[in-house]
Ligand binder design. Structure first.
Ligand code: HSE
Length: 317
């Protein structure tokens, strides 16, 4: 067999989907946190999953997001080969910062590397979406695409094929707060209205266009004006304690804006500089301490790289 059976290590980033107004069509990769995965080819066909973390995730491949993505990819590989994956997650499942997408994207990027990069990035998005389907019942790509491409991505379409447009964004700092409650994406999708009044749709696509133009033109004021969601946020924000306080306080602290990260419960805010991003973090501290709710914050940036292959495994993997 022409393949190498040496293991490789993949860093798979957290991601923020929707970016307020772009439900299912916009997302970006975060510089931290990330999951660490180690993959190696096996002569035995199929997928073997080993979780090296405290999350109680299924290890049966068809019920696991990484496993389902890998099974879909292996179906397109004519050679008799399998893969063993060791996963150490730090992105908590159900946090709203693309935990399932990190597993699925990291898995397919890793396997592609072991298979001499025979698949294109749009192909990898297709396989990774099988993982998202296990997690939420829907093949959405707004976490997967930025996890694979890095940076900010527009998912213009996924049907009939992924049409992913990487967007050249200006430097942005991201403050994330993860209140320690779990919101399942499947549940957060079920509560959405299936029909949208035309006036709301007009306002929303104005914002999506404005946000994309603001990113491409590096126009921070336009980005700030466009970070508005009149369709999904009014429904989902009721699931997240402290939502309005964080949102209003962050704007007062100088943030450009922000909202629910993916389907929540994490919230994210964008800022032009690190000092503002830290001031926003203080707003989040104050909110969740007042509410006596456990939480975790990150002050980070948009990562221009998606999943990364490490040439040397970090210690403990
Ligand atoms: N666009 C998806 C949703 C992202 O909001 O349901 C889930 O992370």
């Amino acid at each position: 067999m022409p393949f190498s059976f040496e293991p490789i290590t993949v860093l798979a980033p957290a991601t923020v989907a929707n970016v307020v107004c772009g439900f299912d069509v916009l997302g970006f990769a975060l510089a931290e946190p990330h999951d660490v995965m180690q993959l190696r080819l096996t002569e035995q066909p199929g997928v073997v999953l080993i979780h090296e973390d405290d999350f109680d995730l299924p290890t049966e491949p068809s019920r696991n997001v990484a496993g389902a993505a890998l099974l879909a990819m292996l179906r397109a590989v004519p050679e008799e080969v399998g893969v063993e994956v060791r996963i150490r997650k730090t992105i908590m499942p159900g946090s709203g910062i693309g935990s399932s997408a990190a597993s699925a994207a990291g898995a397919v990027v890793g396997l592609n590397t072991l298979l001499d990069n025979r698949f294109s990035k749009p192909d990898l998005v297709i396989y990774a979406m099988y993982g998202e389907e296990v997690a939420s019942g829907v093949r959405h790509a707004d976490n997967i695409a930025p996890a694979i491409y890095g940076g900010v991505t527009l998912i213009r379409a996924t049907i009939p094929a992924p049409d992913i447009v990487p967007l050249d964004a200006p430097p942005l700092f991201v403050t994330v707060v993860h209140p320690q409650i779990e919101v399942k994406t499947a549940d957060a999708r079920k509560i959405l209205k299936q029909e949208v009044p035309l006036r709301d749709a007009i306002r929303q696509w104005g914002n999506v266009g404005g946000l994309v133009a603001g990113l491409l033109q590096h126009d921070y004021a336009l980005i700030a004006r466009s970070l508005e969601d009149v369709i999904v946020e009014p429904v989902r924000s009721i699931l997240i304690p402290g939502f309005q306080e964080v949102k209003d306080g962050s704007r007062v602290a100088g943030a450009l804006g922000g909202g629910i990260s993916g389907s929540g419960p994490s919230l994210f805010m964008l800022s032009q500089d690190e000092a503002t991003a830290r001031a926003v973090e203080n707003v989040m501290h104050a909110t969740y301490q007042r509410l006596s709710l456990d939480y975790h914050t990150y002050v980070t940036t948009i990562s221009s790289t998606g999943c990364q292959i490490l040439t040397e495994a970090p210690q403990g993997v």
